[in-house]
Design a protein around this ligand. Structure first.
Ligand SMILES: [Zn+2]
Length: 329
């Protein structure tokens, strides 16, 4: 039986069915690369790692984050793709196929299921190998390869049911998570922290964007230029996390885990290596453990170099295993 000390690795087969076409960077091969990498690393990850099947989100829970009209546009887009028998564009970068509604509900539902499992003590922490990614999806718009904002749905899901009071989302995807920021900009229960490349898509995430109203001071952006030595990005992350923790005591940590901040990603210019993801993971869980008790849920966001994705994901999960072992000792 899974228990604290274990690391849940969550997947749902529907996530692989979201078909954007092989010419699109966010293609079906990404999850294949992630699972192959995890499989290769499995001997080093046992006995902690448990493979768990995710689940679909109840579509009504989307309303915790997204406006009805936006949800309907996704549903209709998927219908149209099904009728035409080929993927269609919702906007410049964002494509849906006949299976995308199921994939998007599987991504958000799997994230929510992992968060509940961690809060119930079924695992120390968890990684969700899901797609489509979510952090660009705003309350009103699907964009930037993202249909629904899975990390935001999972956070609101456990907050709405009173399972936690304060959530920290650390987003190390190389792009700014404009959607996650928008959703929680005036929400003091969720601290959003992002380290991202600037200038780069989507153009938001200036250091001056710090939240508003009840959420004043619970958004923290660390824009950084491309091409720096890798330790500068690691330092930038750690400094930002330390700063966040001086004013916010999270009950639960989410990681918006984009691997496009690794060296040689085709879409960006950060220089991180697999061992950096392992070390950042351990350090982040350590820094937050005082109030979270180590409870951490990581969700795959971007990462487009499929040659490297497997090793990157394996290094990150190895970091989650290291963190779970620290807890045991
Ligand atoms: Zn990204």
């Amino acid at each position: 039986m899974a228990a604290r000390g274990s690391v849940g690795v969550y997947m749902h087969e529907d996530c692989s069915r979201h078909d954007t076409g092989w010419g699109h960077p966010e293609h079906q091969g990404r999850l294949r690369a992630v699972s192959a990498g995890l499989e290769r690393a499995l001997p080093d990850l046992l006995p902690e790692v448990r493979s768990v099947a995710g689940r679909h989100l109840d579509p009504e829970r989307l309303a915790l984050v997204h406006e009805a009209g936006m949800i309907e546009r996704v549903r209709r887009g998927v219908e149209a793709a099904r009728e035409r028998g080929e993927p269609i564009h919702l906007e410049a970068d964002t494509v849906v196929s006949a299976a995308s509604w199921d994939a998007a509900l599987a991504a958000a539902g799997t994230a929510a299921a992992a968060a509940r499992a961690v809060l119930e003590g079924r695992h120390s922490n968890a990684f969700c190998a899901i797609r489509p990614p979510g952090h660009h999806a705003t309350p009103t718009e699907s964009m930037g390869f993202c249909l629904f904002n899975s990390v935001a749905v999972a956070a609101r899901d456990v907050l709405a049911d009173g399972l936690v009071e304060r959530v920290l989302i650390v987003d190390w995807d190389v792009h700014h998570g404009n959607g996650t920021q928008d959703i929680f900009y005036e929400d003091g229960a969720v601290f959003y922290l992002s380290v991202h490349q600037h200038p780069l898509y989507p153009g938001t995430g200036a250091a001056e964007e710090t939240g508003a109203g009840e959420g004043e001071g619970t958004t923290l952006n660390r824009p950084m230029p491309p091409g720096l030595p890798r330790e500068r990005y690691v330092e930038g992350l750690h400094e930002a996390v330390d700063q966040a923790l001086t004013r916010f005591a999270p009950d639960l940590l989410f990681i918006s885990c984009g691997f496009d901040s690794a060296r040689s990603d085709p879409l960006a210019g950060f220089t991180l290596e697999p061992e950096d993801f392992r070390a950042m993971t351990v350090e982040l869980v350590r820094k937050t453990r005082g109030t979270t008790g180590g409870r951490t849920v990581s969700l795959l966001e971007g990462g487009y170099n499929t040659e490297r994705l497997g090793d990157l994901a394996a290094a990150h999960v190895a970091g989650l295993v290291d963190a779970a072992r620290e807890e045991d000792s």
